[in-house]
Write a protein that binds this ligand. Sequence first.
Ligand code: 5AD
Ligand code: SF4
Length: 428
Amino acid sequence: MNVHDSEKVVGTLMARGYTQVESPADARLVLYNTCSIRDKAEQKVFNRLQQFKRDAGRGKIFGVLGCVAQQEGEKIFDRAPHVSLVCGSASYTRLGEMLVQIEAGERRVTGLSLDTDETFDTPFTRRDNPHRAYITIIEGCDKSCAYCVVPFTRGPERSRTSESVVAEARRLAEQGYSEIQLLGQNVNSYRDPSPAGWNFAALLARVAEVPGIRRVRYTTSHPRDFGQDIVEAMDANPVLCDHVHLPVQSGSSRMLAAMDRLYTRDDYMRRIEWLKTAKRRYSITTDIIVGFPGETEEDFEQTLGLLDEVEYDSLFSFKYSPRPNTAALAMDDKIPDQEKQRRLVIVQEKQRAIQMRRNAEWIGRTVEALVEGRNQAMEQWIGRTSDNRTLNFTHPDGNGDSLIGRYVPIRVTRSGPNSLVGESATVV
Ligand code: 5AD
Ligand code: SF4
């Protein structure tokens, strides 16, 4: 989501005559897009800004964008006095005007309103990848998970009209993009604000029908709003990729209630069942938080049990990190960092073994990969499968001709915990 926000910012500025340079050292204007989901991400911003402090005297202008900007607001000027612009994501459409103010000599300019009337249609987006494009379909979050800062930094939920989403997908297909990724903090809570009133499953089906689009992905889904109609839409059209990211956070219903996740372990497992009994084989990935306040050894064991039961294809795991404004800040029974670390390692080791096993099941099969890059040192191409696995492979056309952006059949020959290795399955 942040990557796509940066693409929008770059596009908007380029349309106003700015040019992008190779490195911050060459820039007169340096904008940091930031994340505040966990404390570590936030610390990184201030460390980076510190490194650039010297340059401020040399006529460089510094701005902080994104969630740390939204969360810390004008306090950023105190911590990093060389910053002259602080702007949250809901105010990006005003970025151009704000820069005019700075050019006119103003020292400190802010854009911190969470006004929801802003339009989604950012006409100028400079996409980094020539084959895969992101489209934001819903912004913000109306849930209130006890650990999460997002509702405070991204504001309330607002969906974009289905007409505008489909029009953007068509435009992208005409420009040669073949993969689209629909984005939203709760992408599947999408509700078309126009009279058509489509829900997420209906939107998915329509985007997948856009001529020229070969793959459609979406992230991130909230389990509570993940209806069976989404699985049915996916089953009906293989353009909708074989992958669902469904963050569970914990395997203990007691913890899920404390986190205010709005589902129990059983509710979650019902969704997993829909996916496992679907027409196609879907890869399922998740997010796990360990060490949420009050998490006992027994709660943690339940998370480990869930990992065995679901057998995720991949997961992201995090130590609980206290965030400003959130309900969990006031909760007792904090878990010491050392214990969080211990639990994190256990989760990661267990998952690694599961992935070794899951990935090995692919050996001998032929799968289609979208070629995304080249590893020159290894003399391999880097591809991605519909179910979101990285597949490194050799190919006879691969020496001079660039395969990047093509869809090629690859026979899987080896596997590791995080990727597959293969060779071209094309009959030469
Ligand atoms: N501490 C740790 N992990 C968090 N996440 C969100 N907020 C926190 C927090 N305060 C994780 C969740 C979410 C992912 C994007 O980040 O697992 O799904
Ligand atoms: Fe955060 Fe929960 Fe909203 Fe996801 S659903 S963005 S975890 S508050």
